[in-house]
Design a protein around this ligand. Sequence first.
Ligand code: ACM
Length: 761
Amino acid sequence: MKNNLLNLILLAIGLYGCTENEVFVQEPQLIPIPQSLERTDGYFELNDQVYLVAESFVEEGEFLQKLITNAGVKEITDTASKSIRLEKNEALSDEEYTLTIQEKDIAIAASTSKGIYHGIQTFRQLLPPCVEDASCNEGSIYLPNLIIKDAPRFGYRGMHLDVGRHFFDVEDIKKYIDMIAMLKMNTFHWHLTEDQGWRIEIKKYPKLTSVGAYRNETLVGHYNDQPHQFDGKRYGGFYTQEQVKEIVAYANGLNITVIPEIELPGHSQAAIAAYPHLGCTGEQIDVATKWGIFEEIYCPKEETFQFLQDVLDEVMELFPSEYIHIGGDEAPKIRWKQSDFCQELIKKEGLVDEHGLQSYFIKRIETYLNSKGRKIIGWDEILEGGLAPNATVMSWRGVKGAVDAAKQGHQVILSPTSHCYFDYYQHDGEEEPLAIGGFLPLEKVYGFEPIPSELNVEESKNVWGTQGNVWTEYMPDYKKVQYMAYPRMMALSEVAWSQKENMDYLDFVSRLAHFQERLDVMGINYANHLYEVHGNLPNAQEQQTFELSTLLSDKDIRYTTNGKQPTKESPVYSYPIPVGKSVTIKAAVFEDTKQLGSTFSQDLHMHKAVGKEVSLAIAPNKTYDAGGKQALVNSINGSNSRFGDQEWLGFWGDNIEAVIDLGEETPIKEVKTRFFNANGQWIYAPKALSVSFSLDGKTFDKAQHVAISKSDDSLVPVTATFEPVSTRYLKIQVEKYGLIPDGKQGAGNQAWTFIDEIHVN
Ligand code: ACM
């Protein structure tokens, strides 16, 4: 199925009984890929000779009718002889459908509206992209005869959107829901309350929106850029209850469940700014103007519970969903530690500590919601101090929360940062727009397996599904949301819907290239990295070579090694490029004379340790070890802004000790490297670096010590220079920063250390 963007099957057949015409039938290119698809001979000609039969599914029929009209069938002739039917088939399960296309008849069958909608969405993807904006020419469209039988792998297939950090209007939310439906996902998790803005009208507490929905200004640039700068502009907005009803009804019309999230006890600074008595200090505070985790959280007083119950009463009126998301994440306990009231409550209730108090808080809210016939979902912190009895856990800090909760018999949703955070960078090109950090390329999303390997067959039945999260600190408008969400959402839709055995990344990519034509017509601003060049430096110790590749193999890569922009005249890449000295390689994908993607650029810095053997006393943390230990000496520096790339290695709470074997006695006089320093993300430059030398790899001496001073810069270069020494082995020891100080993000936790290429000269 590779390279089938233009894979149009040419059928030469006789039409109208006299002349011979050529008919183009587009082969199916569906996302998510269905459970089974059998292509049969022939095709269905969609034109004004077709009529629709939809008595069993009237509303769904209207949706289908619109697609057919958009396909150019404006009127149906009286003598129409071909049918498109929506049929009830009680034998099919809840979301299952079948789609059969024959010469004179198309049938979509399901037992429920959900199934029928899925079938119609599949039919939609068989139609050309022009149906999306009703720009199809009049005339026939030829659809391939086929039989599709399809049903989802997971029951929960969600997409989240944070409207607290930035606010998106009703029409944008509807567009987001449209895409959820198109990809056969079924849940919109609407993150409505945050430190930086409360976004839902609550009639009983008008200040939640008159005060809590607006902040005085907003951080400019990245949180890691120091000192912090602000735009000085008031920012905000909220959804009225009428607008909320409109959105919920719209989603319902597409069989999408909307689950509201009302964050508690943390991420509640905007609510406390509106009603200061909800906090433990009672002091007036402002709606937050920068990103991060804030110490002002709800105080577990009776009046706070009354407030939250009142809020949830109005929320339940607006949202019919069985589940209400109550947050539960990132709630610093400092205010509770300082509060006499909280300390007494801990004693009175026989709780162990503040984590026990958090558990008490969540359980009370759960009891209330359960009494109203609703259930809670919470982020995995709700496990701390004891899980509420009926809670569903949304696991985001890795999969451990999901594993622990599923083993305790709780339902879980997998949404780990490693595979489901679409606010992370998706490409390592320097021209990529600002993102929160991390690195989550499309292929990694596609490779996600939602059932953790730690679960046995019985426990894995508690895995309800998966969800992609879109946190919007760095997404000031909806175009940016689209860029970050698509196409990673397409990949996750397939993870959530499709059977593992049908999934293949290159096949997905070729279907995606086709799907992107539809997104173009829909005016959607998606990220397109299909035509990018990827570089790889195999660890050849003697003969250094550099490899280039791109996803779609029918395109040429052209490259230069003199730092100049590649053009249609540059050599076509066909075998690894030899590199004996420092060099800049630039490359791009070309179709004939036209450059398709962006220009790839890679500096290779040759030094005495390039390609030499490295050993590490302690391995990097698994989540930041993409390039492996040899990334320390592969001649490639890490990105200046992305510590999550292939080149930086991340260590959490460990000192670093690396030994490099230069292979033979070698004169050296300098060792230099860089450390990342992004305190907002718990990353700190270390305290010190030392280098020592050995001829036998056992006894190291002549240690050179460099103290590293504190810095606000996001990159901290460190150089050890010394009298020339002849050595075979050198040991580099890095003393970690240690515990993050009070008042900083992640206070009390171990800081991360990120180290870059170790240059030896
Ligand atoms: C989260 O990302 N704080 C759930």
